[in-house]
Each structure stands twice: as structure tokens, then as C-alpha cells.
Design a protein. Sequence first.
Length: 575
Amino acid sequence: MSAQTFIPGKDAALEASIAAMQEKLQRIGFHIEEASWLNPIANVWSVHIRDRDCPLLFTNGKGASQKAALASALGEYFERLSTNYFWADFYLGDAIANSHFVHHPEEKWFALDDTGQLPAGLLDEATLGFYDPESTLDATKLVDLNSGHEERGICALPYVRQQDGETVWFPVNLIGNLYVSNGMSAGNTKTEARTQALSEIFERHIKFRIIAEGICLPDVPDEVIARYPHIQAGIAELREAGFGILVKDASLGGQYPVMCVTLLNPEDQGVYASFGAHPRFEVALERALTELLQGRALDRLAGFSEPSFELDDVASPQNLETHFIDSSGPVHWDFLWNEPDYEFTEWNFSGTTEAEYQFLLEQLHAEDFDVYIMDFEHLGVYACRIIVPEMSEIYQVEDLEWDNNSTGNAVREAVLHLPDLEDEECTELFDTIEELGLDDHQPVAALIGLAPDAGSLWADLRVGELKTLLALVMDDEDAIREGCQWIRHFEQISDERRRVYRCIEALLDMDDVAGYAPNIGLLYGEKALQQAQALLDGSLRFWGIEAPTLELKGCDTHQRLLAAYRKVFPALATA
């Protein structure tokens, strides 16, 4: 009889979960590779898995054993396949944008009118008041990045409000801009997955609150840690390696199912606060420890920020977002105070996964939060996405207006036809970029939702260089000079291209270019000189690239992404 390993909080043996998910992925057409494993200390494992055919589709898993880490990674893979999160930042192409459905068979499209007002039927009264309190949000900003199909309208997905079972339509754009991966989970059962998703929401919400307020947490007594020998062994090993390790109760007096393990690095004075959440005390503590080392060897625990005395900086949205991404932002010195703001509580809310889910849901409802859930079961594994407005946002609501990921919709078609544009169209594109107020440092591929091929111009083209190339076509000397100056101080550009732009600057300053020949070629290189002259006289435009067009021709990496998307929704295969 094969081994059966059960761990707290899971409704099936690890072996059964792994086998079932691997079989389903193969049947769908995904060939998963275990790309790297780490076991930096006792009872802490992490793994990086990816699709052989499209390595951009990858996840990381963590756990107290190899099997637990692999099950974690596969579960995350399914949650991201099921919810389409793998493609959240990418344009899906003209064919899919015009297919019967783009994101999900149950999606609904809300047509736009000339008023700019949000169409009737989107969201509910409470969420409208939260996302658009002054009724000033331009509806076009909620057109999704992935289709960019303004003529079709706003694509929305059905979420069920748990208080009363009512269906509420959430725009795909809003979800992608504010919630990213928060509140997603897959599991052996519905209640297991929902418990995990809500635990994650609690974890990040309480983490942000603790960091923003500089709350000092109580220590977990040694005798309590000793009840969990596998966790105790890992903590001891970290301390033996020279790190300061603080094990904290982050429940804020037993109210929330959250734990914290904080690492203090005496080599560079960096502090890394890692959080974990689950209704079971042991599971939350284990997750805080495994999160600390997910994807990190012991020699990669440097580079975190020193504590700060500036609470406003620590509490800023930008710093909290950094803590969501990689926890490299600073914490306040008060977080390290020796008198806690709360007493230690050895809390425990364990039960069946159904009971644990109900506990978390009731906690949210008791605090007047609404909970909205969408189920995803089309891949044979239950997955869900949960939204708790005013709690589970990762980014600020204001980003819908000022930093919306659909901004690139306005320039995508022109950029993808770049070498085919007429001079007047180049001027229009330049003016649009200026009107949008885009950051010169922003990668153009990310702006338009393109997955660039390594080594291509698209891989490192920034808005500042794009404006410079447009200025060269426009023969706008002031804009060319400004762009070349920006490139001179921008480090993330190839040396070859940088040399050409510096040569362009020099040529613009020369009254008699012939008088400096042939020494210009000796200084910059003959090839760079020829390219600079060609860009200036218009015989070379946009470095000679081919136009991908809305069909994304020649973009191998992006085509692999689209091929993977069609595996998830076979109905799209003929789109």
C-alpha cells in the first residue's frame, strides 16, 4: 500500500493531491518541470516549477517537506491557470479579443456610451461607493488590458456576495489593478481552498496594518514553540547560522489567525518580517517560517532594509506594496520595541475545513466586510478567487484613475505597427504618449501587454527611447536632444545602442560633419556612425524592426503564452 501523508488543514493526502494535479495538467497539455529545489534548513522546503513549453508559466511552492512544497506549487499552478492570473499582464491578441468569450464563458460585457459614466449593472451599491465615491471614474479606464476592446465595452465576471447569495459583476480591469494575486487559491475541496484564500487575505491585511502602525508584537514563549519540534528545529538552525530570529504572535490579542517570524541580519542590519495565516496556530506559524525562506538559500537573506524611524515612510502605500512584492521595504523601529502592544495569546480556531472557512467568513461579516467569491472548476480542480473590498486590496483604489494597467490600450495598436507608421502617425503617437504622462523608464512591452523575446529590441525598449525614436522620424531636434540626454543617464540599455545615441548627439552639434571625418568613426565605431546617420536621415527607422501587428507576428514568447491560453479554454482554439 502506497504511503499516505496527511498534514493539518488539507482534506487529502499529499500523495493523492500531487498525483491528481499532475495527471490533470498532463491531460490539459501542460508539461511541468521541477526547475529548482531548496532545503536551506531543517523542515523547510521550496520548489520552483514551470511549463516546459512556456516557462513564463511558473509557480513556487513551500512546505515542511518535499511533498508539501510540491503540492503547494501545483496548487498555486492550478489557481493561476483557473483564474487566468498567468495572463493578467498580457494582451491576448485580436483573435481572442473578438472571440465568443475572452476571460470566462460566464463573462458579461457592458457597453460604453459617450457620457463616460459606468454602465448600469456593474458592481453593487457598496462597491460602487468604494471604488468610485465621487462618480468621476471614466468608464473607459475599466476596459481590460487583455482585450483592449473598447468597442465591446467592459468585461466583467460574476462574483457571489456571501451575505445573501446575490451575483455582483466585477470588471476584470478592476480585479487586475487592485487585487493582483491576493485571495486566490486551489484545493482538494471547496472549503479547503476557501479557507486558504481567506487566510491569505487576513495575513496580508494584518501584516500591512502591523507594519503601517509600527505595532510591537508579543513573543511566542519558547515552551509553546517546543510543542512543534519540526518548527523549533528550523528556527534553531537559523539562529546557529548567525541570524536574529523573533517568533511573534500577530493575532493582535487572539483576534486574527496570523503569525510572524522576523529575521534580523547582523551583516547588513536588514530586517525581514515574514507572516503566515491559518485558523490553526501550528499551520500559521509554519507558513510564516517557510515563507521566510521560500526560494532563498541562507546566503540570500541579505538586502532587506534597515528599520526606519519615519513612520510616514513605512506606512506609505509604496512601502506596503513593496512588502507585498518581496518584503524588502523597511519596518519601523517600534516594531522591534521590547514591550509588546498586545499580550501573547495561544489562539487556535481549528476544526474541519468547513468549520475553519465559516469561522473566517463570520469574522469578516462581524467586522462589516462584504465577501465576494467566484468559483473556477473547469479544469477539474476547485479554485476560487475572493474579494473583500476595503480589506484585500494590494494597490490603492486611486490607481484606477491614475495608474491603471489599461493605459497602454491607447497606444498598443500604433506601437505594434511602429515601423509601418506614416510620419503624421508617429507625431500622433508621440503626442499621445506625452498626454498620457507616461514614465520614461516604463518598459514599452509591459505598457502594451507584450511578452518580449529575449534579446529583441522589445525586451528592453523604454518609453524614453521610444519617444526618441519617434522624434528622429519627426525630425524634431529638441525632442531628439532631450531623448538622447535621457538615454545617456539611463543604464538599462545596450552599450551598442547607447553609443549610437551619443553619436547622434555629437552629430547634431557639428556644423560641418565632414570636417571631423574620419575621426568620428574612430571614436564611436564605423557601424555606430553609420547607424546614427541613418537614424538622422530617416533611412533607418526604429532600428529596422518588423511590425508585430495585433496578430503579434514573430513574437515567439508571446505566441507560446497564447497557445497555453487556448489549452485552458479549448473553445478559444478556433478563435
